[in-house]
Design a protein around this ligand. Structure first.
Ligand SMILES: O=C(O)CCC(=O)C(=O)O
Length: 318
């Protein structure tokens, strides 16, 4: 006799609970308090959430970061930013690993999150709308978020961040779906298409005005960017940190032809602990050292980074 049919269990799906069609079901059966459930529902609907960071001595920390990072900004007018300042700046690392952020992400995604990448800015980027899933993604999908924390109060005048509420529900397009080559040369066309997609879907951007000490979390596929700098004399000191969740495989969509079988995997270091994170695909370990194409962090890594496979230590890949 055939085994009795066992109906599938939505909580076992490889979709973050807060991004799942069953989000209301998950929340009603969870033990979260009502205020947290409301926040989770807001995030599920809109794709972003403003939180208080609750970091001690944050004013002093921000002033120190602004001062110490100054010499590291490239001397260019457009696209000025510092990649991976956590290599040498402890405050950047501390902000990236803020316990409150990790707690909220655990509540929303029901998995441990870890910061793997930072960007610091001294002025607004005026960057057109984009989804981070075009830059770095993972399998299962959408286990990635961005968190943006201003180091000073920010508003429309300084070109604060904007988000496009609800846009996270669009497909997480890759370059081939958009009819483009998977290459950074296609990025301008990607931005043009995104603008037209958001327009035709009637999705409107909204600026995020924040006080120092607050941060905005956005989901993997939420479209966002930098609003125009209405007062070009204003600074906009800020840090964007990107987070992955454990037990995933991490990769670089713009360097990959996923269905053509060419995937550019990426290293993922937990900036908080300094551990090179293990990766899995459908529960089985994924060995980066055996992959053809791997995006690596710039070498040399800080000495406190651990768990780097020997074969990855001196190989130039990607
Ligand atoms: O800071 C900004 O204006 C944009 C940041 C951003 O798009 C990102 O970090 O993904």
């Amino acid at each position: 006799m055939a085994d009795a049919y066992v109906p599938p269990e939505p909580s076992k799906m490889a979709i973050p609970p807060v991004e799942s069609p069953f989000v209301k079901e998950f929340l009603s059966s969870s033990e979260l308090d009502d205020a947290t459930k409301q926040q989770a529902l807001f995030y599920a609907e809109n794709g972003y959430l403003v939180i208080d960071l609750e970091l001690p001595d944050f004013d002093e920390m921000c002033e120190r970061m602004i001062r110490d990072l100054d010499e590291h900004y490239p001397k260019v007018d457009v696209g000025r930013r510092i990649d991976e300042a956590w290599y040498y700046n402890d405050d950047v690392r501390k902000l990236a690993a803020a316990p409150k952020v990790l707690d909220v992400l655990q509540l929303l995604y029901q998995r441990p999150a870890f910061p793997f990448q930072t960007l610091n800015f001294d002025v607004g980027t005026e960057q057109p709308a984009h989804s981070d899933t075009i830059h770095f993604h993972c399998m299962p999908r959408r286990y990635m978020v961005g968190v943006w924390a201003p180091l000073e109060d920010v508003d429309a005048q300084c070109g604060t961040l904007f988000v496009v509420p609800g846009s996270h529900k669009l497909p997480d397009y890759d370059m081939s779906e958009l009819g483009l080559l998977a290459s950074s040369d296609s990025y301008r066309s990607y931005e043009d298409l995104v603008r037209r997609i958001l327009d035709v879907c009637g999705l409107k951007s909204q600026i995020v005005e924040l006080k120092r000490g607050q941060a905005v979390i956005w989901s993997a596929n939420l479209f966002h960017g930098g609003s125009p700098r209405l007062d070009p004399k204003r600074t906009r000191h800020s840090q964007a940190t990107h987070y992955y969740f454990e037990d995933c495989m991490y990769y670089m969509p713009m360097e990959s032809d996923t269905f053509g079988g060419s995937i550019c995997y990426r290293e993922a270091i937990d900036i908080g602990t300094g551990r090179m994170m293990p990766q899995t695909y459908r529960g089985a370990p994924l060995e980066l050292a055996k992959q053809k194409k791997v995006f690596r962090y710039p070498r040399p890594l800080p000495q406190w980074v651990t768990g780097v496979p020997r074969s990855l230590k001196d190989r130039i890949i990607g």
